[in-house]
Design a protein around this ligand. Structure first.
Ligand code: ATP
Ligand code: MG
Length: 568
């Protein structure tokens, strides 16, 4: 491709609204442009990389036994009503009406469409298992679209769905796709880890997220410092053995804590450790209000609360709700003399507290020397807190450390959640109707591209791994007006293309400095500079990643490049 014939609008300045490396570099190097918040165009270079990511995914999915299809992005509301998600999916689902006032959604995911398709087409166990996948644009009206392609409102996803007549068969496919994902992310050159994501409604521990390790990741991974254990922090169970205290119980006291609301403020005011305080939070679990208490140095894990209460939505009560339900100010609630009728659930660590501190349900007052059973009752104890660094690893080996991750893929055993709701059944060997057992498997294709950009760049620009680079190499004649340089560059361009290299030739009438800066931004693995030694048939090859420069004679160039690619 000649550079004069494509669109690569590079930027000299770092765009002010781009806050992470990948977003900045992809904008600066002219790979993408923002259209509206969370909505992007892929310019020619971006499109090429995207195609390469897609091709790797396609190969691995087909290899794992998947068949590709393409479903509509425009989905009728009836399907979402059948699954029940028209009401539960919330504002992330982009909804619209057609000219006849019929409701539609723009596909955020395709469980409904595929389940209805397979329900209509598959009747017998003989046609199972079946794995179908597509690569398609998804729409989600994210609350906070950000970080460029990493969290968009329109983005590209590979989604796959598998259908089975037994859980063993689901396990087999799950394992194959798990392997396929490992291959995909490895081939993309990513530093990633598969982590346990959900202990799940089905009780299967085999639900994983694929996380690219990165400081800008929105997810926290809890991993063991000595074993293979790694889980999304949301899911990691706490197995800490707390110590029994030998302290003697003192009399309950009410003390003044004017203006002190947070655990931090209260503990420093009372000169006591945060681990002696009780943190109390009122949650609304579907329609029920529940008081959740954890130790002051711990954080409530709302997913554990949600799972314990078997609720579909759990959120913190507002100040108004707190006033109304507990008749207490937001910052001073506590389990002692708490309003009757509001259930109290407590984290395991609370059991071991002696002479603790908690809010007195009155402005500016706290209780000290609080003791469970004597001063308040707990309806249920459970593991309700987030695991912390230094806690023992749930698999019993080593201690927990944290890392940040970007979720690029998710494999999930759905069971019969959708087939039950939508009546997707097959006839088994005995002619009995059974619900199909399903799995679903997603990869954020555009997010993967951004994750690669995040891991492969420096201050001067991008540094594409050979598997995803938009072109293999960049040929730059230093002075396009010099006949020898221009002719040699043209000749090498043709020859290397004949040798099956995908070449970008900078044939623009620009100053050398501009061309080199742009070339660094674009970040192809190798740059061939045709300069003063063109008359001797000698060119320079620069390796983007290391900055190494070697002089090569034109007759040896193809062979040298092949060797360099092999050693990448
Ligand atoms: P997240 O927790 O990041 O919102 P999710 O759990 O909603 O992700 P899934 O529904 O499992 O994501 O979607 C499958 C894959 O699609 C994710 O693993 C992720 O890589 C990608 N993805 C999800 N939301 C977005 C988005 N807003 N922009 C880009 N990619 C996304
Ligand atoms: Mg999401």
């Amino acid at each position: 491709m000649k550079q004069s014939m494509t669109l690569i609008p590079t930027l000299r300045e770092v765009p002010a609204d781009a806050d992470v490396k990948s977003h900045q570099q992809l904008l600066r190097a002219g790979f993408i442009r923002q259209n509206a918040s969370g909505i992007y165009s892929f310019l020619p270079l971006g499109r090429k990389v995207l195609q390469k990511v897609e091709e790797i995914i396609r190969e691995e999915m087909v290899n794992a036994g998947g068949a590709e299809l393409l479903m509509p992005a425009l989905q009728q509301a009836e399907l979402w009503q059948e699954s029940g998600r028209w009401n539960t999916y919330g504002p992330e689902l982009m909804r619209l009406e057609d000219r006849h006032n019929r409701n539609f959604a723009l596909g955020a995911t395709h469980e409904e469409v595929i389940t209805s398709l397979v329900r209509d087409e598959i009747k017998s166990y003989k046609k199972l298992p079946l794995t179908l996948f597509q690569i398609q644009t998804k729409f989600r009206d994210e609350k906070r679209p950000r970080f460029g392609l990493l969290r968009g409102r329109e983005f590209i996803m590979k989604d796959a769905y598998s259908f089975h007549s037994s859980y063993e068969s689901l396990d087999e496919t799950y394992e194959k796709i798990f392997q396929a994902y490992q291959n995909v992310f490895r081939r993309c050159g990513l530093n990633f880890r598969a982590v346990i994501a959900d202990s799940g409604a089905m009780g299967g521990k085999d639900t994983h997220e694929f996380m690219v390790l990165s400081d800008i990741g929105e997810d926290t991974i809890a991993y063991s410092d000595t074993s293979q254990y790694a889980a999304n922090i949301e899911m990691a169970p706490v197995v800490t053995k707390y110590k029994e205290s030998t302290e003697a119980k003192k009399d309950l006291e009410k003390v003044e804590t004017p203006g002190k609301k947070t655990i931090e403020e209260v503990s420093s005011h009372l000169q006591t450790g945060k681990d002696k305080c009780i943190k109390s939070l009122l949650f609304k679990a579907d329609e029920e209000f529940v008081l959740v208490i954890v130790r002051g140095d711990h954080e409530v894990n709302d997913i554990k609360v949600k799972n314990l209460l078997d609720a579909s939505v759990v959120e913190l009560a507002t100040a108004e709700e707190t006033k109304e339900i507990l008749d207490a100010p937001f910052g001073s609630i506590g389990p002692v003399n708490s309003k009757a009728g509001v259930k109290i659930i407590a984290d395991e660590a609370i059991k071991y507290l002696i002479n603790a501190v908690c809010g007195a349900n009155q402005e500016g007052l706290h209780y000290t020397n609080v003791n469970i059973e004597r001063d308040f009752k707990v309806d249920q104890f459970a593991d309700l807190r987030f695991i912390q660094e230094g806690d023992p690893s749930p698999d019993g080996e080593g201690t927990i450390q944290f890392a940040k991750g970007i979720e690029v893929g998710h494999v999930f055993k759905l069971g019969t959640r959708y087939s039950d709701a939508m009546g997707a059944q097959y006839l088994d060997e005995n002619g009995r109707a059974q619900s199909m057992i399903m799995g679903c498997y997603g990869i954020g294709v555009s997010r993967t591209l951004a994750a690669v950009a995040e891991q492969y760049s420096d201050e001067s620009g991008l540094q594409w791994p050979a598997s995803l680079t938009p072109f293999d190499l960049h040929i730059i004649p230093v002075n396009i007006k010099n006949d020898e340089q221009r002719e040699l560059a043209d000749q090498l361009y043709k020859e290397l293309k004949d040798q099956r290299f995908d070449v970008l030739l900078d044939d623009r009438q620009e100053r050398p400095g501009v061309k080199f800066t742009d070339s660094d931004l674009i970040g192809l693995p190798f740059r061939v500079t045709v300069g003063k030694k063109a008359s001797e048939g000698i060119v320079e090859v620069k390796v983007r990643k290391t900055g190494d420069v070697i002089e090569v004679h034109k007759d040896e160039l193809a062979a040298r490049l092949q060797e360099l690619f092999r050693n990448q």
